[in-house]
Design a binder for this molecule. Structure first.
Ligand SMILES: NC(=O)c1ccc[n+]([C@@H]2O[C@H](COP(=O)([O-])OP(=O)(O)OC[C@H]3O[C@@H](n4cnc5c(N)ncnc54)[C@H](OP(=O)(O)O)[C@@H]3O)[C@@H](O)[C@H]2O)c1
Length: 328
């Protein structure tokens, strides 16, 4: 079987495609045949040694995939060979076969109607969007949500989830093409924050009230504009820093608008609070079945093109989710 191996922490140029033996499935593990892997920004960071999870080369990156259970360890209950599963593994998913160890909170059976591609594109971004908006943002029906990077992976999921939760969604993105995608996903209003003043447009749209919740996977200089869009009692969800710099914040600003700056740590929360995560995915799958969620696959690649796909994500050129087929 083939696996991408990170030999040097220099991004996609440090990856090489290798032929390897099928991994051994231990008694406490399950083995997966990967059909499709989806990219996430953490893959870009991990392969550069810039993520909170630091791995020493050689290792196989890849945070999530959709595939089939090939083997189940003798101590494992709850999985059977042949089941279709979506797996958020953190790393190891850029491989045709992988073994997954407990805890299994981020392994879900794929709903019948969902393709491997959609399944690969679901776990990380919809899990983050749901946990962020539901538990951390306490978003209520009728409230106004501002989503930044709204055509990206986490952002596009947050737009759809925000609509499913009954919010009015303002979607911001850095180009007209990206804004059009956010509109297609269901956003009520769109703002191109490259060509328009984010704060002025939000205040215009909200009748000077500002927004109740801000979902920010971009950070960097955009944070300074975005915090000025806050309404009274706003919850500012810190998702990530795809823009580059981690912004700093003078805490007096939280008093001016009675604003909470709330960190979102989906992966660790799913492990620490498994019942919460299970309930979130039950709701997400219901919304998927009702047609309210539909992962937007921006571009498809084959196995050998993976470095090209990662480079596009690093450059900020991807929209929705990027899918890479691992079937030869
Ligand atoms: N907190 C959590 O639990 C959690 C979970 C998953 C991911 N994350 C983090 O969330 C962030 C977004 O992840 P993602 O997978 O959604 O990424 P993504 O699909 O690449 O989307 C990120 C968005 O950020 C904007 N951006 C600005 N500069 C960029 C650059 N140089 N490169 C790439 N994007 C740039 C782009 O939107 P515009 O061009 O429209 O501005 C892009 O659509 C990452 O920092 C990731 O580590 C956090």
């Amino acid at each position: 079987m083939k696996a991408w191996v990170c030999k040097e922490l220099i991004g996609e140029k440090g990856l090489s495609l290798e032929e390897q033996d099928s991994p051994v499935c231990g008694p406490d593990q399950i083995k997966i045949r990967n059909h499709v892997a989806a990219l996430n920004f953490p893959d870009v960071l991990i392969t550069r040694g810039q993520y909170q999870l630091k791995l020493d080369p050689p290792f196989t990156p890849g945070s999530e995939c959709g595939g089939v259970v090939l083997e189940v360890g003798s101590n494992i209950k709850g999985f059977k060979t042949g089941q279709r599963v979506m797996v958020m593994s953190g790393f190891g998913a850029f491989s045709q076969e992988l073994v997954v160890s407990p805890p299994f909170q981020q392994v879900h059976l794929i709903p019948d109607a969902m393709s491997f591609e959609e399944a690969a594109a679901f776990n990380m971004t919809y899990g983050t969007g749901m946990h962020g908006l539901q538990q951390r943002g306490n978003l209520q029906a009728g409230e106004t949500l501002l989503v930044l990077g709204s055509a990206g992976g986490c952002g596009s999921a947050a737009v759809e989830i925000g609509k499913a939760m009954g919010a009015r969604v303002i979607a911001g993105a850095s180009s007209d093409k990206k804004c059009a995608i956010a509109k297609e996903l269901g956003a009520d209003e769109i703002i191109n924050y490259k060509t328009e003043n984010l704060r002025d447009r939000v205040m215009e749209i909200t009748d000077k009230q500002g927004v109740d919740v801000i979902f920010d996977p971009v950070g960097d200089a955009l944070f300074d504009q975005a915090k000025r869009c806050a309404g009274w009692n706003c919850r500012y969800l810190v998702i990530g820093f795809a823009g580059g710099e981690i912004p700093t914040f003078a805490v007096n600003y939280s008093i001016i608008k009675s604003m909470s700056v709330v960190g979102v740590a989906y992966g660790m929360s799913a492990i620490k609070e498994p019942a919460m995560n299970q309930a979130n995915f039950q709701q997400l799958f219901e919304w998927y079945q009702q047609g309210k969620l539909k992962p937007h696959i921006g571009k498809r690649y084959n196995l050998s093109q993976l470095p090209e796909a990662l480079a596009e994500m690093h450059a900020g050129n991807t929209v929705g989710k990027t899918a890479v087929s691992f079937v030869d």
